[in-house]
Write a protein that binds this ligand. Structure first.
Ligand code: MD3
Ligand code: FE
Length: 205
């Protein structure tokens, strides 16, 4: 379903097997060095969702090749198969033409426990305007989507395990956030408490 121009939601895009395999990989990527970490914001706050980066390390507000605000280790490489997954996601939602130009080189993996949230923000640290691909695993959440100009007049969408969301064109720099995780809603056979979100991005760096 197209939620806004360039913003396409595909419920259940990953089957149960693909979800299990992606979760297993996320668990490996979460191990140190350059593993799961708590992000500290310049204002002295901490983000409640914890994060792992592949390809490039995101810190508020830029990208580096090492964990400049953590253990200092080199960031884990961006796996080629995530690049292929990203292009397939774009081809399925925005078409083959849009997929051709999208050379994904960043994955940001956010882990949410039951109390975690993400405030309304825009993602503008990338120097390219390729679509952002988002994949959800585990517990469902309320995803809030605004527009490029304002955090108001938002649409709420429930994101569930296996869902794909692609944000391209006019939606690439729109406001969005996660006001709520819905504990206990993960598919029981996945074996995940909490929620994982994987975003694939093009750095332009
Ligand atoms: C729209 N993550 O990593 S996914 C983020 O569920 C982020 O972890 C949320 O916001 C999460 O920056 C929301 C959906 C999403 C991700 C990135 C976007 C929507 C986006 C970038 C641009 C526009
Ligand atoms: Fe974001």
């Amino acid at each position: 379903a197209e939620i806004a121009p360039g913003a396409v939601h595909v419920p259940g895009w990953l089957d149960a097997r693909a979800q299990r395999e992606l979760l297993q990989s996320c668990r490996e990527w979460a191990r140190p060095p350059a593993g799961l970490r708590t992000v500290r914001t310049p204002g002295g706050g901490t983000m409640s969702a914890r994060q792992v980066c592949l390809g490039w390390h995101w810190y508020p507000y830029g990208y580096a090749r090492t964990v400049v605000d953590g253990d200092g280790a080199p960031v884990k490489p961006f796996p080629g198969r995530l690049g292929e997954l990203g292009r397939r996601a774009v081809a399925d939602t925005l078409g083959e033409q849009a997929a051709k130009t999208a050379a994904y080189d960043i994955a940001l993996i956010n882990f949410y426990d039951g109390d975690a949230r993400m405030g309304m923000h825009r993602d503008s640290d990338e120097k390219a305007d390729a679509p952002v691909v988002s994949l959800s695993l585990g517990d469902s959440c309320v995803f809030r989507f605004g527009n490029t100009e304002t955090r108001t007049r938002c649409t709420d969408v429930e994101l569930r395990s296996g869902d794909l969301f692609v944000f391209g064109g006019p939606s690439r720099f729109a406001y969005h956030g996660v006001p709520k995780v819905l504990p206990g809603t993960a598919p029981p056979e996945l074996g995940l408490t909490g929620r994982l979100n994987i975003t694939l991005r093009v750095s332009g760096l």
